[in-house]
Ligand binder design. Sequence first.
Ligand SMILES: C[S@@+](CC[C@H](N)C(=O)[O-])C[C@H]1O[C@@H](n2cnc3c(N)ncnc32)[C@H](O)[C@@H]1O
Length: 297
Amino acid sequence: MTTIAIMDEIPISSIPAVNVASVPQRSPLRYPGGKTWLIPHVRHWLKNAEPPTTTLVEPFAGGATVTLTAVMEGFVARAIMAELDRDVAAFWHTALQNTEELIKQVEHFRPTRFGVTMLASRHPRTLLEHGFRTLVMNRTRRGGILAPGAALARDGENGKGVASRWYPETLVNRLVAISEFRQQISFCETDGLLLLETLLPNMGKETAVFADPPYTAGGKRAGSRLYAHNALDHGRLFQMLADSNVNFLMTYDCAPEILSLVRQHGFEAVQVVMKNTHHRRVPEVVITRQPLFTEAE
Ligand SMILES: C[S@@+](CC[C@H](N)C(=O)[O-])C[C@H]1O[C@@H](n2cnc3c(N)ncnc32)[C@H](O)[C@@H]1O
């Protein structure tokens, strides 16, 4: 079945994708495949959770927009997130444990092409250096891509080149906000599937799992170019969630393999049509255990 044929079968969500500018941006990372557009769905999901959610688990954190929103907007008392990428993990360790030092580095750094290239070529000696390097690379490479081979931004916004997405004041504000909530957020540098395997047997409906896994098959997201870690056993993820009692929400590119997993487990899927950076319409699917985003619910 083609992607077009699948799209005809999946109902359109009753909540439209929002313009990202209308939602508070909370992550310091510009993340390829970031989920700001999904935030209204996440708010609806957590607001209507019964029993209310106490813990959010985000096994494929990336920029962790959903974790940050859920904690900062008071939807959950605590969150546990995981990420396998060493660079991204170094950023989260530093942002959560050594925020003040990271803020100082952000305030003092002036991104030039030479400075950024030097930073990229040096092996970081400390976790702080590593976390800071990740932030700089993320904000100066084209599209925020950290995977090997990603190029530096050329002209960028207003012809400012590598510095075009380096907004020290904004980054500091976001890091300060994170530091205010850091007691509520736990970060693990691990495989998200392993984390779920460990946690799920002991968790019930008051736990919410938000899963935005890397996806490579046929999707526009081109996961293999965007993320260093992009191979995942999606069947295993679906099976673990099906066997558990937790409340979950997953997002995926619209693809035949995914629809067949949705059907196999009797899950619910809606499609959210959004514009990507090239203003083409790219559908994503939002998958839950119960219907949540259809008018008839
Ligand atoms: C689609 S992105 C998540 C984007 C995120 N939702 C956001 O708002 O920025 C998927 C992330 O999962 C990470 N990843 C890939 N395989 C993983 C694994 N087995 N365990 C944990 N993280 C993994 C990738 O490095 C990438 O950061």
